[in-house]
Write a protein that binds this ligand. Structure first.
Ligand SMILES: NC(=O)c1ccc[n+]([C@@H]2O[C@H](COP(=O)([O-])OP(=O)(O)OC[C@H]3O[C@@H](n4cnc5c(N)ncnc54)[C@H](O)[C@@H]3O)[C@@H](O)[C@H]2O)c1
Ligand SMILES: [Zn+2]
Ligand SMILES: [Zn+2]
Length: 339
C-alpha cells in the first residue's frame, strides 16, 4: 500500500509499505482523510522530540472499516470511524487513573510500534475506534482529534466562572478552543492572532473581538472588556517571547492560565505578576479518553467545523501539504490529505 513518509528534513516520499498486520482486537480502516497536525510539521522540520525520519506521517484520521480482528465486537465492515491515537501501557500509575495522555510508555502512530495515518490502510485497537454518524463528513470526522485537544485544554481548568476566556493564537488548536469554549458556555471569548484571516474566522466562530498582538493593546483591551478584572481563563495556543507575560496580564486575580502550545525554547516569564495575582498555571497534553468521547459527541452532534479545512490535497501531494503549513504563504488553518 502507499504511505507518505518523512525521509529527511522537509522531504516527503510516497513509498510502498506492507499493509499492517491485523491483531485479534484490531480494526482495519481504509483511510479517507488524514489531517496534517503541528506535530507532523515538527517531524517534517526535524524538531520533533521522539519522531525521527524515516517515519510515516499522521495521527488524525477518518475512514471506513474494511476488516475486523476475531475478538472485535463493536465494529463491522462499512462502519465510518475515527481513532483516538494513543494507547496506554495499562500498568503505570497514570494509566491506572485513566490518564493515558501521561502514560510513561504510551503507543502513538508514526512510531516503530504503530504506523502513521498517511497510509491507505490503518490499523487501530477496537478500544481506540469511534463511530462517525453518516451525516458527518470524513473531513470533520478527522478533526475529532484536534477538537479533543481543545476540550482537554478547557477541561483542565478548575474555575467555575465562565464570564471570559482569552485565547492567544487561533490556528487549528486555538480555533477549536473557541468552539469548545462556546459549547461550554463562556460568555465572552476574546482571541488574538497575527494573521488577519485567523482573526476574522475566530469572530465568525463566536469570539466577540480578536486582536492583533503586534498592533493592539491586548491586555488593556481585555481589562476594559472585563470591568478591569481580566479573564477567568487564558489559553496559550501560540508561541512568542512575550506570550506568558501577556497571558498573565490578561488574566484576573485567582484566574487560570492554560499552556497548550508546545514552546520548546526558553522564553522570559515575569512570574511576580502570577504570584501577586495568585494565578494558577497548568499544562494540557493531548487528551484523556473522556475528552475524546466528548469531542466525538460534539462531532456526531453536528458541531460545524467545516470552515477549518482550508486546503485538501491527494496523498501523492503530501510534500505540498506540509510545505503549505510550513511556509504559510497562503491563508491556512487545517490542511488535510485525501484518498
Ligand atoms: N498540548 C497539546 O497536546 C498540543 C496538541 C496539538 C498542538 N499543540 C501545540 O499548540 C500550538 C498551536 O497548534 P496549531 O496547530 O493551532 O498551530 P498553528 O501554527 O496553526 O497556530 C498558531 C497560530 O498562532 C498565531 N500566532 C503566531 N504568533 C502569535 C502571537 N504572538 N500571538 C497570537 N497568535 C500568534 C499564528 O498566526 C497561528 O495562527 C502549537 O505549538 C502546537 O505544537 C499542542
Ligand atoms: Zn493532531
Ligand atoms: Zn501507562
Amino acid at each position: 500500500m502507499k504511505a507518505a513518509l518523512v525521509v529527511d528534513t522537509e522531504t516527503v516520499e510516497i513509498q510502498d509499505v506492507p499493509e499492517p498486520e491485523l491483531k485479534d482486537d484490531d480494526v482495519l480502516i481504509k483511510v479517507k482523510v488524514a489531517g496534517v497536525c503541528g506535530s507532523d510539521l515538527h517531524l517534517f522540520k526535524g524538531t520533533h522530540a521522539f519522531r525521527k525520519p524515516p517515519a510515516v506521517l499522521g495521527h488524525e484520521v477518518a475512514g471506513d472499516v474494511v476488516k475486523v480482528g476475531s475478538k472485535v465486537t463493536k465494529f463491522k465492515e462499512g462502519d465510518r470511524v475515527t481513532v483516538l491515537p494513543q494507547v496506554g501501557c495499562g500498568e503505570c500509575e497514570f494509566c491506572k487513573q485513566d490518564l493515558v495522555n501521561l502514560c510513561l510508555n504510551k503507543k502513538v502512530p508514526g512510531t516503530p510500534n504503530w504506523i502513521g495515518t498517511f497510509v491507505e490502510y490503518f490499523n487501530a485497537p477496537e478500544e481506540t475506534v469511534f463511530k462517525l454518524e453518516d451525516s458527518v463528513t470524513y473531513e470533520i470526522g478527522s478533526l475529532t482529534e484536534p477538537l479533543a485537544v481543545a476540550v482537554h485544554a478547557l477541561a483542565r481548568a478548575s474555575m467555575k466562572s465562565r464570564d471570559c476566556v482569552v485565547i492567544l493564537g487561533t490556528g487549528t488548536i486555538g480555533m477549536l478552543c473557541v468552539v469548545a469554549a462556546r459549547e461550554m458556555g463562556f460568555k465572552k471569548i476574546i482571541t488574538t492572532d497575527t494573521a488577519p484571516f485567523n482573526r476574522e474566522m475566530s469572530l465568525r466562530q463566536g469570539a466577540i473581538v480578536s486582536y492583533d498582538p503586534l498592533k493592539d493593546d491586548v491586555e488593556g483591551n481585555v481589562k476594559k472588556l472585563t470591568d478591569g478584572r481580566g479573564a477567568d481563563l487564558t489559553l496559550v495556543c501560540a508561541g512568542a517571547p512575550n506570550i506568558l507575560d501577556q497571558a498573565s496580564a490578561c488574566t484576573r486575580r485567582r484566574g487560570e492560565i492554560g499552556l497548550v502550545a508546545m514552546i520548546t525554547k526558553p522564553i522570559p516569564f515575569y512570574c511576580y505578576s502570577t504570584v501577586f495575582n495568585e494565578q494558577t498555571v497548568y499544562g494540557a497534553m493531548t487528551y484523556e479518553t473522556c475528552d475524546f468521547v466528548k469531542a466525538a459527541e460534539m462531532v456526531n452532534g453536528g458541531v460545524d467545523l467545516s470552515a477549518f479545512v482550508t486546503q485538501r490535497l491527494p496523498l501523492d501531494q503530501t510534500q505540498e501539504a506540509l510545505d503549505i503549513l510550513n511556509q504559510k504563504k497562503e491563508d491556512v488553518i487545517k490542511v488535510v490529505v485525501t484518498f
